[in-house]
Design a protein around this ligand. Structure first.
Ligand SMILES: NC(=O)c1ccc[n+]([C@@H]2O[C@H](COP(=O)([O-])OP(=O)(O)OC[C@H]3O[C@@H](n4cnc5c(N)ncnc54)[C@H](O)[C@@H]3O)[C@@H](O)[C@H]2O)c1
Ligand SMILES: O=C(O)C[C@H](O)C(=O)O
Length: 327
């Protein structure tokens, strides 16, 4: 049996937390041979702590063989102590009529405090996934607040957008989702994101050639994927939770266990490639192996793509400028 690893989850009593923790404890994120210790953070409010207690009782009642321990706390220094993985979910979600960036200043405080705490007490190899919105800029804030940790350890969740794009493409092309390779979602987790299937294939066949419908790309595919979060809020009255938790599992599993050469999208600090300034957390195609992600490099960027990639970049730069005074 492997030694247990420590997985910190913030916002553990929220709706994503409820869809996430049981899957982590059952081995769906880190493998069926990997015991985990869950370190769960919630606000120091009576209601939140009581709800967290209830979640922990239910985790206990599942008798998960891989659940080697549990900590519930309102102190980030306890939740992140020696954490090998940190899923930063806890933040205010948007409601109808709001954009994710409307949450920026309110949620920024959380990611400053948590970045500092990670810096102080987490494993030096901690893998951090930011889910709380606006996810890219929150990841940037946490990264900047944790100067002693490698910047590459901070990532933002674009995987839900990637998975949404996969399903839309599969339906349009009439191919199984599992056959699709080489899809990308560039940029910010916001309506400016650019889902790009120019390189996508199914069983080696180009989906761009198969679909051959630029109008559908520009006027249906890109806006449908970009506005899917709002469509879910409109339909449910609440933001996505099960699909968001599923994407978080996918992101962390692939980062930890590898993708076997398959491309996935992760929001990662830019290394300057593709004309994205260094440090901006931007969705790019990566492959993962041995616990590290590697960018897919040197993809050709045509004029249509450049325009969209620059637009989502401009939004991220604006968000960064909006929090610069806090960092
Ligand atoms: N990146 C994505 O693709 C994606 C997808 C879905 C939702 N989200 C975002 O995830 C976040 C959480 O969504 P949710 O639906 O679970 O919300 P929720 O309100 O149901 O749960 C959030 C939980 O976080 C807790 N919390 C708030 N501040 C905290 C802090 N400082 N420390 C610890 N816990 C804290 C709250 O008490 C609450 O229990 C939102 O910001 C939402 O917009 C992101
Ligand atoms: O859209 C939201 O606010 C929630 C989440 O980011 C989503 O994409 O579903």
């Amino acid at each position: 049996m492997k030694a247990p690893v420590r997985v910190a989850v913030t916002g553990a009593a929220g709706q994503i937390g409820y869809a996430l923790l049981f899957r982590i404890a059952s081995g769906e994120m880190l493998g069926k041979d990997q015991p985990v210790i869950l370190q769960m953070l919630e606000l120091p409010l009576e209601k939140a702590q009581a709800a967290l207690k209830g979640v922990m009782m239910e985790l206990e009642d599942c008798a998960f063989p891989l659940l080697a321990g549990m900590i519930g706390t309102s102190d980030p220094l306890v939740a992140f102590k020696d954490a090998d993985y940190a899923l930063l979910v806890g933040a205010r979600p948007r409601g109808p009529g709001m954009e994710r960036k409307d949450l920026l200043l309110e949620n920024a405080k959380i990611f400053i405090e948590q970045g500092k705490a990670l810096n102080q007490v987490a494993s030096r190899d901690v893998k951090v996934l930011v889910v709380g919105n606006p996810a890219n800029t929150n990841a940037y804030i946490a990264m900047k607040s944790a100067p002693d940790l490698p910047a590459k350890n901070f990532t933002a969740m674009l995987r839900l957008d990637h998975n949404r794009a996969l399903s839309q493409l599969a339906a349009k092309a009439g191919v199984p989702v599992a056959d699709i390779e080489n899809l990308v979602v560039w940029g910010n987790h916001s309506p400016t994101m650019y889902p790009d299937y120019r390189f996508a294939t199914a069983k080696g066949v180009s989906l761009k050639d198969k679909i051959n419908d630029p109008d559908w790309n520009a006027n249906v595919f890109i806006p449908t994927v970009g506005k899917r979060g709002a469509a879910i809020i409109e339909a449910r009255g609440l933001s996505s939770a099960a699909s968001a938790a599923n994407a978080a599992i996918d992101h962390m599993r692939d980062w930890a266990l590898g993708t076997n050469g398959k491309w996935v999208t992760m929001g990662v600090p830019s290394d300057g490639s593709y004309g994205i300034p260094e440090g901006i957390i931007y969705g790019v195609p990566v492959t993962c192996a041995n616990g590290e992600y590697t960018r897919v490099r040197d993809l050709p960027i045509d004029e249509f793509s450049r325009e969209r990639m620059d637009k989502t970049l401009a939004e991220l730069e604006e968000e960064r400028a909006g929090v610069a005074h806090l960092l």
